[in-house]
Design a protein around this ligand. Sequence first.
Ligand SMILES: Nc1nc2c(ncn2[C@@H]2O[C@H](COP(=O)(O)OP(=O)(O)OP(=O)(O)O)[C@@H](O)[C@H]2O)c(=O)[nH]1
Ligand SMILES: [Mg+2]
Length: 361
Amino acid sequence: MKIGILGLPSSGKTTIFNSLTRGKADIGGFGASRSTNVGVAHVPDERVDILSKMFKSKKTIYAEVSYVDLPGSSSGDLFEGEAMGHLQQVDAILHVARAFEDESVPHLEGTVDYKRDIEKVAFDILFADIALIERRIERLTGSLKGLKAVDREEAVKNIEILKRLQGDLENGIPFRDRDLDPSELRAISDTFTLSSLPLLVALNIGEDDISNTAELEEELAMLLKGKSTGGAAICGILEAELVGMPTEEEAEMRAGLDAGEPGLSRMIKLSYKVLGLNSFLTVGEDETRAWTIKIGALAQKAAGVIHSDIERGFIRAETVAYDHFIECGSMAEARNRGQFRQEGRGYVVQDGDILNFLFSV
Ligand SMILES: Nc1nc2c(ncn2[C@@H]2O[C@H](COP(=O)(O)OP(=O)(O)OP(=O)(O)O)[C@@H](O)[C@H]2O)c(=O)[nH]1
Ligand SMILES: [Mg+2]
């Protein structure tokens, strides 16, 4: 699962990418950077930390989300050239909107106004889809003459549906906000649409604004009302500095800041959520680990995330919900209280289930 990072030139995309992924990609250049940076962020999960301690695990492994920092665009056209090709590979978009004031960093529009920029990007996404659908309508219309009667009827119907979808986009409704019916889905099945991707916003705030994080995030939430959206305020420059430090120093600095959970962690968790992902957990002396599944995944499918053999030879799953396990304090007590259950292949795995699979191959 991959999230594409985009935004106006010098909004801090690469700085935020580096913070999220603990990376070291080059920053600066006002959209001149032509490289694409790819990295992985660990999804912070207190449950994993706690279980790892309880089981004295040698290894602690978190779930992951990948981020792709798209090359800058000095014109501010976010979907020009290669960008579209990259975006077709992602599962969600993260828009980095600049809220920091810094005269030494130029802004495409001359002034810093994140509300304007967020609306502009939301509009550009809709507009890109309107143009895509327009081209599809034109192509279909052009092909009508050469079609047999039955196929023509079908094509005419599709054109009508596409025009209706286009109308909704023009009224400001992105695809992510709509449930498409089967005929609509069919009509756009071979068209990649940007507005169907979940949209996250990272507000890149200056150091002076860290104390206003809660207020800024409230304002951000007002702008991001639709389905599959969300935002967090992050001070990119500070976060990038912190993740570049040795672990102990970083922890010390964070404790000194006393700013609660960093926007960075919240952003990664939010990314996981809008992608429709859940974690199940495995525990033991060797490792405690969070594994990623789609919400609604069945036990046998979940087993396949660990190894295809376990999926193939699946017998049953032993499971206890994380919260119940913590209440009980041990597996033995969870068994005593009937919280430790046996489940079959059709069990819908829940977020935070501690699982052990029995299998034979
Ligand atoms: N003052 C301040 N400067 C920042 C902050 N975040 C980024 N910058 C600066 O803004 C400039 C651009 O940062 P980048 O992370 O390269 O921005 P970008 O969006 O990746 O830029 P392009 O890829 O060139 O479009 C750099 O000089 C950063 O140091 C911030 O929170 N505060
Ligand atoms: Mg960059």
